[in-house]
Design a protein around this ligand. Structure first.
Ligand SMILES: O=C(O)CNC(=O)[C@H](CS)NC(=O)CCC(=O)C(=O)O
Length: 321
């Protein structure tokens, strides 16, 4: 069962649907939305498992439902392809960008005429045969089915929180990405790319906004413990300080016996207001209007970007390069 939220309505409406085809007719907000002049983004949350076939089927359903509801860009979370139950399984299931998974998504994007943000794809590294290591890659596909850009996660989640039951060492199987990627033009605005744990590094979001980002994306698979404590506050802080929309697709629920995710896929506006929250339980999506007038107003009224000092000013105290 799919849970969809029409988050452009003042009071959020929750629809329980057995089949996406009933979605357009059962959500009164859709018609209202379709006549809107603003582009619509769909921010999704799913519960990926090690079963790639099932994960693709679930994501495809969400993408189709999003398109039927008027979305021009759909955001899927980190690990949309799968969440492995061991290091070996995670590595075995990985693919190249030319493999079946990305080819299928490219076909889907083309067939539906929709842009996709595919966060956290397990991409085989350039020396895969030698070292069996992968990148954690965020891929943007346009409505023609072309890969527009690939960003490889810069900050790896090597974290031990014994008191909170969190122990993950992403660098054990992942290569850190070599560089940031300039924001990309999409039908909903200029999208800057991050992934999950990158959210904790405001330097990255500031670099992206300096390059013209209007929307920041953080497809994620946050742990339950860190999500409950930090997820919303970090996303809203990134939105407020950069005066960008922040769209964060998320994994939710139990992936296998050893791992669960926090959920709450979130859409935040440039003033820091939460426009959509998918909750902490089920696969679902939030459809949000991306109204650039909101961004321009916020930036005009409080021009923090103009007030910001040169980077050298902040580093004049010294410290780590
Ligand atoms: O492992 C995979 O297959 C996909 N990758 C992930 O789930 C990554 C690395 S383990 N998870 C995070 O970065 C969680 C961050 C987080 O929870 C926080 O910053 O608090």
């Amino acid at each position: 069962m799919l849970v969809l939220r029409c988050s452009w309505r003042r009071t959020q409406v929750k629809h329980l649907l057995d089949c996406h085809s009933t979605w357009a007719s059962s959500c009164a907000g859709v018609k209202q939305r379709m006549s809107s002049s603003h582009p619509v983004a769909a921010v999704c949350q799913v519960t990926a498992t090690p079963d790639k076939e099932a994960n693709f089927a679930a994501c495809k359903r969400l993408v189709q439902a999003a398109k039927e509801s008027g979305a021009s860009m759909v955001f899927l979370p980190e690990g949309f392809d799968y969440i492995g139950s061991s290091r070996e399984e995670t590595l075995d299931l990985s693919e190249d960008l030319t493999g079946q998974t990305i080819s299928r998504y490219a076909q889907l994007a083309k067939k539906l005429g929709v842009w996709l943000s595919l966060g956290g794809f397990h991409e085989r590294g350039h020396d895969w045969v030698m070292d069996r290591r992968i990148y954690n890659s965020h891929i943007i596909i346009n409505e023609k089915g072309d890969i527009v850009t690939v960003y490889r996660k810069s900050h790896l989640f090597d974290v031990e929180l014994p008191a909170r039951g969190v122990s993950l060492k992403e660098s054990g199987f992942t290569i850190p990405g070599p560089s940031l990627i300039p924001p990309v033009h999409t039908p909903i605005g200029k999208v800057g790319l991050g992934i999950c744990y990158d959210l904790r590094f405001p330097e990255l979001s500031l670099a992206l906004v300096r390059q013209g980002a209007e929307i920041l994306t953080y497809p994620s698979a946050f742990t339950v413990a860190t999500g409950a404590a930090h997820w919303e506050v970090l996303l809203r802080a990134r939105a407020i300080e950069t005066q960008c929309f922040v769209l964060a697709a998320a994994q939710v629920g139990s992936h296998h016996e050893k791992r669960s995710s926090y959920g709450h896929a979130l859409a935040v506006d440039p003033w820091g207001v939460v426009m959509g929250d998918c909750g902490g339980e089920n696969p679902s999506m939030s459809l949000v209007e991306v109204d650039m007038e909101k961004l321009r107003d916020t930036r005009r009224n409080m021009p923090v970007q103009q007030h910001r000092r040169d980077t050298s000013f902040y580093y004049s105290l010294g410290g780590k390069d």
